[in-house]
Write a protein that binds this ligand. Sequence first.
Ligand code: PRP
Ligand code: URA
Length: 215
Amino acid sequence: MFSAHPDHSNLMVFEHPLIEHKLSYIRDRDTSFRPFRALLSQIAGLMVFEVTRSFPSVDVEVATPLERTRCRRIDALITVVPILRAGLGMAEGILEVMPEARVGHLGIYRDEGTLEPVTYLKRLPRDLGAGPVILVDPMLATGGSAVAALAILRGSGASDLRMICLVASPEGVERMRREHPDVRIYAAALDRRLNERGYILPGLGDAGDRMYGTV
Ligand code: PRP
Ligand code: URA
């Protein structure tokens, strides 16, 4: 069940020892891109468990080797939408546990000077309104990229939206609550604040650079 953070009604923070354990390595500046990518994917796979809890399911009849029995199967056309680049690392982990999902891509980067999002790629399924859409990006900092991505997804017909991120800032969560109040955010951690360059503290640095070794 979605259990909101006491200070943010739109946020659920995972308090799970295994996720916290993996996050401790991903935050560590000495963790290089190869384990960083693996950890990002693993954490996202673990988070999907909770994010999909509200998805509709139906009764199906299955023949086990011994007899017929009733089971439940998810009955939804699910779309996962990573924000490039770093969202790709989380999407991979989500698809490991939910291979039935479709994938849309949004290429958005943050202008380092203005911190405003710049969109350079949109590849989305036509019928986004046909089922739940999961926006994926490890970092929710100023919230500019996520807010822009959600506006694009709504403009393309999506209505049942939620977001998975690794680390969120209070500023980003508040901005999301103001601009997309119906969108639940699932985060592995809520960090302290943004610094003067819009980086999350303590955070993990630049997720895309750390993931691809472009630092
Ligand atoms: C990072 C991150 C988010 C964005 C968050 O991407 O993956 O998309 O910053 O910041 P915001 O909440 O202030 O918008 P970045 O701009 O570094 O692009 P990249 O992954 O291509 O390097
Ligand atoms: N983007 C990142 O990758 N990291 C931050 O801390 C903020 C924005």
